[in-house]
Design a protein around this ligand. Structure first.
Ligand SMILES: [Zn+2]
Length: 621
């Protein structure tokens, strides 16, 4: 582990503007710098770098982070390597590994889950060399020694406690914590993976965070699953990670295309045949997080699933998960192989060129969407088209009119053509600007800096409770405003949606913008683990410990890998921070108001508890 002090020392010397400018030419724009975003395709710049905050943010695709994150995302480097590169740039030397001088006992205690996982990987790799049937399995699928090494392929022996040979202490808690062993009710411990070929799953830094194991002695053990993955652990979150992403990064960047397949062997077989930009979801369905992560790395995303019924179902799910996160300028497609094939068998049988030719014919998301919807109804009848319209409505409404305004508009037009209605009638049914596509918890809130909302007409509901589109009389201010915005469905101030912050979240945002405010934070909340209040407390503490000499980038890096990482990450891209107009509000006043509110709530809770206690006592006496 790199000492946290070193990271702070480094960030105090590095300027994010220099770091980004080395890769992407920046232009001064007000107090910030801007450029066309390197993480998505665009013609006018929406990528902004702030020297004050030491933070970058893209208003188009949402990419954001510190100087360290930039190198990780842009250059595809690991965390350590990014830190090293920045350190070299400013003449700092990386400190030695933390545990070099520690006692053996402490070192054993500190042995991270990562180390246990890589010890297991090394063990499985050694075992592969000793297992003729596992070698036979991979050879039979055309896997070369080179590709086996690239993916760290291995074999878990047919042994209840095989890992005893891999780790110093088979009873260590770390082994169960990272899902390598199972403790049964009698207190006996045994290996989770036995007699399986093993596929290590790496995070973006190349650390082993999980395993996928495929059974190869099929006939004997019918009761066990053919595929087995590591359970969710502190290291491994299936909805975020993708198999093969670490190995595929460079090729994804070069080709600007990512292929998503279903199985480990699909990824390995494609790489073996020269298609190196494939990744697999990990026994779970595709999640919006997966899609977002991949869209940030490349402009084109192709889901390539089996041609059978299960494959089509998985593809449809992937489409549903993609709709809320799709961005204009990015292209999502779907490739269906012949029913008898999966990517593994297809590429081995017909080779790379045939696969690439198929890839060219992949269906655009919109085509797949309408093909599927049309196939479910009788499009020749009014009733069938009405049903198609009803089925399409919730799907199309999910496409963000902020980040994908062009696609949102085109899908509505296409729906209009398909059902034989006018574009305006369809837009009435799926309004472009009603907050229907905002994630829950998001609201139009008016802020004290005079952020204006257009006047609104009263809204009526249909009988099923869904909202009717608002009706505006001609000449009404809002009607004009709408008309103007519909011609130009790009972001305009009035259409912005701002997530409402809790008082604790407000405090965090304000302290990140203006670290001096941490001096006023006087709320005791150190025991509260995973909450905004706890996070606010820890942020204030951290800033004070560093004599207020930190910026937002420093705060974010300090809390990387901590329980507070996700809340700080979420808040760091909040408009109160990224939008300069809003950042110009009276931060001090907002901070004090939020702090007062927090105290008020705490007091109310205390009073309530007191009243309850008295009531109980009265009842008892
Ligand atoms: Zn972007």
């Amino acid at each position: 582990m790199i000492p946290p002090d070193f990271i702070q020392q480094l960030l105090a010397r590095v300027d994010i503007v220099d770091v980004v400018d080395k890769h992407v030419k920046l232009k001064k724009a007000g107090q910030n710098y801007s450029a066309c975003c390197p993480f998505h395709n665009e013609k006018s710049p929406s990528f902004s770098v702030s020297p004050q905050k030491q933070f970058y943010h893209c208003f188009g695709c949402g990419a954001h982070g510190t100087a360290i994150s930039f190198l990780m995302e842009y250059a595809g480097m690991g965390f350590r390597d990014s830190v090293r590169e920045l350190a070299e740039g400013v003449g700092l030397t990386m400190p030695q590994e933390a545990n070099s001088g520690e006692s053996i006992e402490r070192a054993r205690e500190a042995a991270s889950l990562n180390e246990v996982m890589s010890a297991a990987r090394d063990f499985y790799r050694r075992e592969l060399k000793n297992s003729p049937k596992a070698i036979e399995y991979f050879k039979g699928r055309g896997v070369s020694g080179e590709i086996a090494a690239k993916f760290g392929l291995g074999y878990a022996p047919d042994d209840w406690q095989g890992l005893k040979g891999a780790v110093e202490d088979y009873t260590a808690g770390a082994l169960s914590e990272c899902g390598l062993v199972i403790d049964n009710d009698e207190g006996r411990r045994y290996d989770r993976f036995r007699d399986r070929v093993m596929f290590p799953i790496l995070d973006q830094r190349g650390n082993v965070i999980g395993f996928g194991g495929r059974m190869i002695g099929l006939s004997e053990k019918k009761s066990e699953p053919k595929y087995l993955n590591s359970p969710e652990t502190p290291l491994f979150e299936k909805g975020r990670e993708l198999y093969g992403l670490f190995q595929a990064r460079r090729s994804i960047r070069d080709t600007q295309t990512t292929i998503v397949v279903e199985g480990y062997m699909d990824v390995v077989a494609l790489a073996q045949n020269g298609v190196e930009n494939a990744v697999a979801t990990l026994g779970t369905a595709t999640t919006p997080t997966h899609v977002q992560k991949l869209l940030r790395m490349a402009d084109n995303l192709v889901f390539c699933f089996d041609g059978d019924k299960a494959g089509r179902k998985a593809a449809w799910r992937a489409l549903e998960q993609s709709l809320p996160v799709i961005i204009d300028g990015k292209d999502i497609r779907f490739l269906f192989l012949p029913v008898e094939d999966d990517p593994d068998t297809f590429v081995r049988r017909l080779g790379k060129d045939a696969f690439m030719a198929e890839l060219k014919n992949a269906k655009p998301l919109s085509t797949f969407l309408f093909d599927q919807l049309s196939s479910e109804v009788d499009a020749n009848s009014d009733e069938g088209r009405a049903r198609l319209l009803a089925n399409a409505k919730p799907l199309i409404a999910q496409v963000s009119t902020q980040t994908a305004p062009a696609l949102a508009l085109m899908l509505r037009r296409r729906l209009a053509d398909t059902v034989g209605l006018g574009a305006i009638e369809v837009e009435r049914l799926i309004p472009m600007l009603v907050a229907g596509n905002a994630p829950s918890g998001y609201n139009n809130v008016s802020l004290n800096n005079g952020f204006r909302k257009p006047p609104r007409a009263p809204q009526e509901t249909y009988r099923d409770g869904s909202l009717k589109p608002r009706q505006y009389a001609p000449g009404d201010k809002r009607a004009n405003w709408d008309a103007k915005n519909r011609r130009e469905p790009t972001l305009s101030a009035g259409a912005k949606k701002v997530a409402k912050l809790s008082p604790a979240e407000q405090l965090i945002v304000d302290m990140m913008l203006k670290p001096q405010l941490a001096g006023r934070f006087d709320f005791a909340a150190d025991e509260i683990e995973e909450s905004a209040i706890g996070a606010a407390y820890r942020v204030a503490q951290f800033i004070r410990d560093h004599d207020f000499e930190v910026n937002m980038g420093g705060v974010l890096e300090h809390f990387r890998h901590s329980v507070d990482e996700s809340i700080l990450d979420r808040l760091s891209k909040h408009p109160l921070i990224t939008d300069d107009d809003m950042a110009a509000r009276d931060v001090d006043a907002d901070f004090d108001a939020a702090l007062a509110k927090l105290h008020e709530t705490a007091l109310a809770v205390q009073k309530r508890a007191e009243i309850d206690r008295r009531a109980r006592e009265m009842g008892l006496s």
